[in-house]
Ligand binder design. Structure first.
Ligand SMILES: Cc1cc2nc3c(=O)[nH]c(=O)nc-3n(C[C@H](O)[C@H](O)[C@H](O)COP(=O)(O)OP(=O)(O)OC[C@H]3O[C@@H](n4cnc5c(N)ncnc54)[C@H](O)[C@@H]3O)c2cc1C
Length: 439
């Protein structure tokens, strides 16, 4: 589905409650009361559609990119939260909040407790989900946070729909009532799909760890081989959710870019940096350990850039992983297009796969530009960060306008490089970007 169609579908779903309410033609209430209802209708619709923006649906993240999906997920969740938190405070005052004090001719609010309590609990849960999301790093394991986030969001959405359909002035109408419960059923199904159906499908296609090799400072190469099946169909730039040494149905799974190329065969290679509880234990993994792979995901692929005059890759640290996949596939395809890799690290010891990169740059149309922010004495490569000066020293005007740019690395670096490229005249549609965290 094209991205524009997805955007239209999103607008239609989130605006539908307002339109359906307006079409009911009920007698008007004070403006503030209509506003209070309007923000709640829109906020609840945004919240329910958030389940489709969780990053686990290829039809969305494959179209608009994982980064855009996650940025939208976070921004829209914040917008929905503000709307819903405002909802009870917008009612016009005691005359509409207290039964019996409604002005003559106006319709009183529904204070039936059976409709009120789900709204109060959902409202309080929303605050709790927001506080948990803000403190998610450091306080609990990422997997614990992810599971709690999903469950709490689902309970909150269910209670929100219950409140709307029991207490709402417009949502008791059969059409709007049906709309809410269908959206809620889709939200439930989306979680069932991600956490039950997909893992069960995955269980039929096991993988095994074939090797774990140290590549650079705190950086490992993990290789997985398919067991009893032909492996995965993917494109360079895709990423996979993997879990190792756990049951197929487990919340313990982490996303990693695939560093191997489809042309290399069925073995999957990953380049992984030690960061937390799973990645710090990579060196202890023994060959033969059972693994599970859910893939492919992401949109850092060159699929739609076949006509680009060349490929510029800008990687920060372990952001080299998807670039390796691209470089390996481009060489395997004998793609004649010029390519440049800007590879930024803090220190020289962090450079992964240096020999392979050197070999590829000597034998093919690749130039590798190493950039170190903390270079050793005698370093002859670029120093500091990937700035507009560094970029223009190695890319001419033709490259800036006709090449595709693939960016992957820490978020601050990515956004600085993206701004630099836009400032140098690179068209936005020629920039592909993937970040490894959405904090
Ligand atoms: C699309 C994508 C591709 C990635 N590709 C690579 C790669 O090729 N190589 C690599 O080294 N790293 C990659 N990462 C980052 C990698 O997923 C995390 O470093 C890893 O999951 C950390 O797990 P942990 O248990 O060791 O650390 P934890 O202690 O659990 O977490 C440390 C931090 O890692 C991040 N993180 C942890 N789990 C997840 C998760 N399930 N989803 C998203 N972020 C998480 C969070 O910011 C967290 O604060 C990628 C991330 C994403 C989103």
């Amino acid at each position: 589905m094209p991205a524009a169609l997805l955007a239209l579908l999103y607008l239609a779903l989130t605006c539908a409650p307002l339109a359906l309410a307006a079409l009911q033609g009920l007698p008007p209430r004070p403006l503030r009361d209509e506003l209070a209802t309007g923000v709640a209708l829109t906020g609840l619709a945004i919240l329910l559609v958030e389940f489709a923006l969780s990053g686990r649906f290829r039809v969305v993240s494959g179209r608009i990119g994982m980064d855009v999906t996650m940025r939208l997920h976070q921004l829209l969740a914040r917008a929905a939260s503000v709307l819903i938190l405002l909802h009870p405070f917008l009612y016009s005052g005691p005359q509409s909040l207290r039964p019996g004090l409604t002005p003559p001719g106006a319709v009183p609010l529904n204070f039936d407790w059976s409709g009120l309590w789900p709204g109060i609990v959902a409202w309080l849960l929303l605050g709790a989900v927001m506080v948990m999301a803000l403190g998610r790093d450091g306080l609990y394991r990422h997997e614990t946070w992810r599971a709690l986030h999903g469950i709490m969001a689902l309970v909150m959405a269910g209670l929100g729909v219950l409140h709307a359909t029991r207490a709402g002035r417009y949502s008791s109408d059969p059409v709007l009532w049906g709309f809410w419960w269908v959206l809620f059923a889709i939200a439930v199904l989306s979680l069932v799909w991600v956490y039950a159906i997909k893992p069960l499908m995955k269980a039929r296609r096991p993988w095994r760890v074939s090797s774990v090799t140290r590549l650079a400072d705190r950086t490992w190469e993990l290789c997985l081989d398919p067991e009893g099946h032909t492996g995965l169909r993917y494109l360079p730039g895709h990423f996979a959710w993997i879990s190792i040494g756990k049951p197929a149905v487990s919340l313990d799974e982490n996303p990693f870019s695939i560093a191997s190329a489809p042309a290399e065969g069925s073995r999957l290679r990953f380049v992984i940096k030690e960061l937390g509880d799973f990645t710090n234990r990579l060196g202890e993994l023994t060959p033969g350990t059972r693994a599970w792979v859910d893939a492919p995901f992401g949109s850092l692929t060159l699929q739609r850039h076949g006509k680009a005059g060349g490929v510029a890759m800008i990687a920060g640290g372990v952001g080299i992983a998807p670039m390796l996949s691209h470089l390996r596939q481009l060489d395997a395809d004998d793609d004649p297009r010029p390519r440049v890799l800007f590879y930024a690290n803090r220190i020289e010891e962090q450079i992964a796969c240096r020999k392979e990169l050197d070999a590829r740059s000597h034998s093919g149309p690749l130039r590798v530009i190493h950039v170190l922010s903390d270079p050793p004495a005698g370093w002859t490569g670029e120093t500091g960060f990937v700035t507009p000066d560094v970029l223009t020293r190695h890319l001419d005007a033709e490259a800036l306008t006709r090449w595709v740019f693939v960016l992957c690395g820490p978020p601050p670096m990515l956004h600085a490089v993206e701004d630099a490229l836009l400032g140098l005249g690179v068209p936005a549609h020629n920039i592909l970007l993937e970040q490894f965290s959405y904090d």
